[in-house]
Design a protein around this ligand. Structure first.
Ligand code: XUL
Ligand code: CO
Length: 441
């Protein structure tokens, strides 16, 4: 392969070589050009790279500084470094064959001494991103604002007890929305970084939640005003950084949105590790969002079952992803959403090549899960079992329950005449074995 002199990465563009390939730097299941049901796999999967982890993450943890040094991170002027970093990022997006990327405003452009200076820096980087998007064909899945790193947000952004901080956050989201529009972003995400609390000794919960709703309403109004037609998404997370987060899980977010009349304006961005931190499976969260017609997008990662915090690992668990995919397909897919790798390298994974291994693993696992889920759905035995399990609601008094045409009085008469219900097996072990036959033959 011809070497590109200006390239930052030695690794060549990743090619699909099929399941028999022994090349660790090739796709074995993700073939972006493969056409399934009239759509390429690239279009089905809509993979996205998270700028913050892959291009701002350095491997630091609470016990030590970063371990990951990149060749483009040199120079005195932060804007010049940011421009070079973005060149490297787009080289990676292209080589890993990802059609989308995602950012926080402060990932792509350095924060200045004033808000006006930060806005100016963002303008420079957004202009550069626009050129790179045009040159590579890579698109923006979503943008968002970082309303949690700067000390000013220590007690929240829209839920901050100080209205001055609320105003600052509003200005930041206004600008981030403009940047997302400028780059053709297909969605805009709200993750409530520090929107929650540590203690009720100093917190007015009801007022803070009302402020958060007012903030989202104003964001939606502004998006409409500037002609941003992308989907608004809320990303639930139960804890970390705050002890109690207002966007705990999908059910909590849906209740919050409905309570404040915002449910028609938002869908959900579900992150695997956030689901498990909330005590749910990834599939559970997808089903809850899907049932409400609010499944929007996925932050594709995984937690560690032995650790109680957000480890943001690349997910290679094909079984977990296959179950998730069944529920995503059942819900009608992700629409304008996609699979964004909100995942980071482990601290000792210091090689540039590790960034490729990580994403290849995630993309292959998701592609395989997608194909296996399609087989499960086409075969129909799983869904057929569930359908039969509820068959008593398809006719007679069962149907009357579903169509709200019966009452406790009538049901009492039926129960008295029918006597004791016969026990019907849930057949969990049979179904677990059946699932394994799809996964492993
Ligand atoms: C934090 C997290 C965020 C959001 C975007 O846990 O997942 O990176 O995805 O703000
Ligand atoms: Co996320």
């Amino acid at each position: 392969m011809k070497k590109n002199r200006s390239a930052f990465f030695q690794t060549p563009a990743i090619a699909f070589e099929g399941p028999k390939s022994t090349n660790a730097l090739a796709f074995r299941h993700y073939n972006p050009d493969e056409v399934i049901d009239g759509q390429t796999m690239a279009d089905h999967m809509r993979f996205s790279i998270a700028y913050w982890h892959s291009f701002r993450g350095v491997g630091s943890d609470p016990f030590g500084p970063g371990t990951i040094a990149r060749p483009w991170e040199v120079g005195k002027d932060p804007v010049t470094v940011a421009l070079k970093r973005m060149d490297a990022a787009f080289e990676f997006f292209t080589k890993i064959r990802a059609p989308f990327w995602c950012w926080h405003d402060r990932d792509i452009a350095p924060e200045g001494k004033t808000l006006a200076e930060s806005n100016k820096n963002l303008d420079v980087l957004v202009a550069h991103a626009k050129e790179l998007q045009k040159a590579t064909g890579v698109k923006l899945l979503w943008g968002t604002a970082n309303l949690f790193s700067n000390p000013r947000f220590m007690c929240g952004a829209s839920t901050n007890p100080d209205a001055h901080v609320f105003a600052y956050a509003a200005a930041q989201v206004k600008k981030a929305l403009e940047a997302t529009l400028e780059l053709g972003g297909e969605n805009y995400v709200f993750w409530g970084g520090r929107e929650g609390y540590e203690t009720l000794l100093n917190t007015d919960l009801k007022r803070e939640q009302a402020h958060m709703a007012a903030f989202m309403r104003m964001a939606a109004d502004y998006a409409k005003e500037i002609g941003f037609k992308g989907q608004f998404l809320i990303e639930p997370k139960p804890k970390e950084p705050t002890k109690h987060q207002y966007d705990f899980d999908c059910a909590t977010c849906i209740a919050f949105l409905k309570t404040h009349g915002l449910d028609k304006l938002f869908k959900l961005n579900i992150e695997t590790n956030h689901a498990t931190l909330a005590g749910h499976t990834f599939q559970h969260e997808i089903e809850v969002a899907g049932a409400a017609g609010m499944l929007g997008s996925i932050d594709a990662n995984s937690g560690d079952p032995l650790l109680g915090w957000d480890t943001d690992q690349f997910n290679t668990d094909v079984k977990e992803l296959t179950l998730a995919m069944v529920s995503i397909l059942k819900a009608g897919g992700l629409g304008t959403g996609g699979f964004n790798f909100d995942a980071k390298l482990r601290r000792p994974s210091v090689d540039m090549e590790d960034l490729f291994h990580a994403h290849i693993g995630g993309m292959d696992a998701y592609a395989l899960a997608f194909k296996t889920a399609r087989k499960i759905i086409a075969d129909g035995r799983m869904a057929g079992f569930v359908k039969d399990r509820y068959a008593s609601y398809d006719t007679g008094f069962g149907k009357a329950i579903e169509t709200k045409k019966t009452s406790f009085k009538e049901l009492e008469k039926i129960a008295l005449s029918l006597g004791e219900p016969t026990l019907k097996s849930g057949k969990q072990e049979y179904l677990e074995n059946l699932l394994n036959t799809y996964l492993h033959g």
